[in-house]
Design a protein around this ligand. Structure first.
Ligand code: SAH
Length: 509
């Protein structure tokens, strides 16, 4: 008997591709992981759920090299388990559907390593949903069969009962069946299935690069060849395929098939990226800004320790809000330190951020530029009032200057700095070089100035030829133009939502 260790292996289904389709339990396991062993088909973005310290091992098994790798993977899982590690084995789709999860569990059980299975959305379920093809439907069929398209290739006898498969009106979904497509379609026809039965191939289902090809049993193999249709894809056979015409949604979205580049700092990019992906765009993140601590804390700390002695605190961004509250916490203080001090937010988004820290904004400027804050204060007499304005190191001077002119006593300590990142992501550079980006977005002057600095002005101009330039507002647009870029898209309102609408309008007309 091997000694039982406290190690455990979680076989986690990553879902079919869209990183939102993993389960809550799967994410919980990843958060705790010390080791993650992940597959080719598991979305690498999911690794962001794992702690930075977790060891990440790519068990990539790209078509054809399946067999030699499996024993090594089993051995690796056993070894890490025996070391007492919390291991996540992240597998494409569901671990127990053509995922060799069963074999991995057998090896773990034999070695006395504990395991848990976390199911996932399997490719047939994910791809059919995102292609708008219900696998069952009361008007069409009451059954569905999941089949491997590779069975029988190197075995004399097939496990598949082609006779049964070919009769009746049940939906059939083949996995791993693109290279063998012609042979499998022919087999169904030979065994009596109507050659006119509708067929859909769904490649990279649930991802922005999803591709769907439809035809019939008789012609789909020719169509696939003609269109150079490659794996990984599922093949859906059955009358239900016709429903796609009515129900297609994912690849019918306005920005589907468009590649958009987001240049904001990592911490801020997510919200904007979500707005764009919800309209179907593929988003490439290329952060041109990194947020770091101020060079010195004293001015801010002094202000925070006496924050209730101010008449107002002005926040102009979520970044300033988060940085300030984080520092407050470091000093052992919390929202109560504000006392009677009034809080002013630039725009409802900033007000929302403040609220997440338990403080309600007393004033919310509706104009999204600094002028909005100035307008708000010009409605009252602020002579002699003390105003704290925690700001970025490179913030515009408009607020201190204008409020100062109105007689306010301004304190403007730096709460965070924006610096250049060490480098731009290679995928982003690659996409620009390949000219595959449809639109690049600049959400502040720094984003475009930094990109120019990192790429070099001439190289940037060259790389952005033919790429639509979207700028969030006039200040950012001016910076673009000064660098020689032509701004194609600028919304009337200075918000991400308005920018998203403007991009959609530009790219779809
Ligand atoms: N365990 C996985 C299947 C692994 S077998 C699951 O449950 O989904 C690999 C096959 O899955 C591929 O050849 C392809 O047929 C299918 N597949 C995986 N991801 C896919 C995707 N995003 N879109 C279409 N097919 C996919």
């Amino acid at each position: 008997m091997k000694s039982m260790s406290k190690g455990i292996v979680y076989l986690v289904g990553s879902g079919p591709g869209d990183p939102g389709l993993i389960t809550l339990r799967g994410v919980e396991c990843l958060r705790r992981a010390e080791v993650v062993v992940y597959d080719y088909l598991a979305n690498e973005q999911l690794l962001n759920h794992a702690p930075p310290s977790a060891e990440r091992i790519y068990a990539g098994k790209i078509g054809g090299r399946h067999n030699q790798g499996q024993d090594e993977i089993n051995a690796l899982l056993v070894e890490k388990g025996h070391e007492g590690k919390i291991v996540v084995r992240l597998k494409g789709g569901d671990p127990f559907v053509f995922g060799r999860g069963g074999e991995e569990c057998e090896a773990l059980r034999a070695a006395g390593v504990s395991f848990e299975i976390v199911p996932g959305v399997t490719a047939s379920i994910g791809a059919s949903a995102y292609a708008g093809i219900p696998l069952t439907h009361r008007d069409y069929t009451a059954s569905v069969t999941l089949v491997t398209g590779q069975e029988g290739k190197d075995k004399d006898e097939s496990h598949i009962d082609w006779e049964r498969l070919s009769h009746g009106n049940g939906t059939i979904v083949f996995y791993m069946g693109i290279k063998t497509l012609r042979r499998n379609m022919e087999r169904l026809i030979q065994h009596g299935k109507n050659p006119e039965t509708p067929v859909a191939l769904v490649r990279w289902g649930t991802l922005p690069k999803q591709r769907v090809l439809t035809g019939t049993l008789a012609d789909i193999a020719d169509l696939a060849e003609k269109n150079d249709f490659k794996p990984p894809a599922v093949t859906i056979v059955g009358e239900v395929v016709t429903l796609r015409e009515k129900l297609r949604w994912f690849d019918a979205r306005t920005l589907f098939g468009k590649k958009l580049m987001v240049t904001r700092a990592v911490a801020q990019a997510g919200e904007f990226a979500t707005m764009l992906t919800e309209r179907g765009a593929a988003v490439i993140e290329c952060p041109t800004i990194r947020l770091v601590e101020p060079e010195q804390w004293e001015p801010l700390d002094a202000a925070l320790r006496t924050i209730s002695s101010y008449d107002f605190v002005v926040f102009t961004s979520g970044n300033a809000v988060r940085a300030l509250f984080q520092r407050l916490d470091t000093l052992g203080l919390d929202a109560r330190a504000f006392g009677d001090c009034q809080v002013c937010a630039l725009g409802p988004k900033t007000a929302e951020s403040i609220k997440t820290f338990g403080v309600r904004a007393d004033l919310v400027a509706s104009d999204y530029k600094a002028e909005g804050v100035v307008a708000e204060f010009s409605k009252m007499d602020i002579t002699g009032k003390r105003i704290l304005y925690p700001r970025a190191d490179r913030a515009r001077e408009a607020i201190p200057r204008e409020l100062g002119k109105m007689g306010a006593l301004m304190d403007c300590p730096v709460v965070y700095r924006t610096v250049l990142p060490d480098r731009l992501p290679p995928e982003a550079i690659f996409a620009l070089e390949k000219r595959s980006v449809d639109c690049i977005t600049f959400t502040s002057s720094s984003t475009v100035l930094n990109l120019a600095q990192m790429l070099g002005e001439d190289r940037m101009l060259d790389m952005l030829k033919g790429v639509a330039i979207a700028s969030i507002g006039p200040v950012t647009s001016r910076s673009c133009r000064e660098l020689g870029l032509k701004v194609d898209i600028e919304p009337g309102e200075y918000t991400l939502a308005a920018l998203t609408d403007a991009i959609e309008a530009f790219l779809t007309t």
